[in-house]
Design a protein. Structure first.
Length: 270
């Protein structure tokens, strides 16, 4: 083959490759469009209903002014209850997540045969929302914030342990291996070499989940799990919009303050 023929063959091959890439691109684009068209049909998107409903929301907003401030002390107490639910639930979840993360970390697990069962168990906990857990525990232990604490703890246990395990699997184990070479047991090496190294990240992750759970637990009162969500539901049921507006304002202020505090603490830890 002459150099000219070789060059022509290379150009033809490049053109075929370019054509194949274009075909794959357009097929992928059509697949994505088809997916979202089907998704839009399944969720029954109706812009006409949206246009009809927006004026109703504006009417409710006008009814909510001026806000009701006579019950602010009650709302603050209920909000403190919500923050406490999130704090205790997150603390319980973190305490349970650390040993489970060790079992679910491929590089340090003391029981390799339990690696996949541990991961499946954590996926099951993560797959069930704290709202569902709280609903179940309301039926089991009765109405009140204790059911909310248990619901938060179980869901956060799965999510937190999964993040801990992923971080451990991506951590350099130089200090851990060095301690192991001295003859120390695996758990001793984990306690004295691994955990001190990753503790700032674990604490930062825990703070993130506490902040997240404060926001998430505001709706647990809908199922009777206590907190400010219960007052929110009562106001919605009675269509008491001034009271509802005040509750939402209190929630936004507290959540924003906690978000700033959590972010500041995470920056100090990492």
């Amino acid at each position: 083959m002459t150099p000219a023929q070789q060059k022509l063959a290379e150009l033809e091959a490049a053109e075929r490759g370019l054509t194949a890439r274009r075909v794959r691109f357009w097929l992928s684009t059509l697949a994505v469009i088809a997916f979202f068209l089907l998704a839009g049909h399944l969720v029954q998107i109706d812009l006409g209903k949206l246009a009809t409903g927006l004026p109703k929301i504006w009417h409710w907003v006008r009814q909510a002014w001026p806000p009701a401030i006579d019950e602010v002390p009650l709302f603050l107490r209920r909000t403190a209850e919500t923050v406490a639910m999130a704090a205790i639930g997150t603390a319980i979840a973190t305490a349970l997540a650390i040993p489970m993360a060790i079992v679910a970390s491929r590089n340090i697990t003391p029981a390799p045969s339990l690696y996949y069962p541990a991961r499946w168990f954590l996926n099951a906990l993560r797959g069930i929302d704290s709202f569902i857990f709280a609903l179940l525990f309301v039926a089991a232990v009765g109405l009140g914030p204790f059911a909310g604490v248990l619901g938060i703890a179980l869901h956060t246990w799965g999510s937190c342990a999964k993040l801990f395990a992923d971080h451990i699997e991506n951590t350099h184990l130089g200090a851990f291996d060095a301690v192991r070479t001295t003859g120390a047991a695996r758990l001793t090496a984990i306690a004295y070499a691994l955990l001190p190294d990753i503790l700032p990240v674990l604490l930062s992750t825990t703070l993130f989940w506490w902040e997240f759970n404060v926001r998430a637990s505001t709706v647990l009162g809908v199922v009777g799990a206590g907190g400010i969500g219960q007052e929110l539901k009562n106001s919605m049921d009675l269509l008491d919009f001034p009271r509802l507006f005040t509750i939402i304002a209190v929630i936004l202020i507290v959540v924003t303050a906690l978000d700033q505090l959590s972010g500041w603490l995470r920056r100090r830890l990492v």
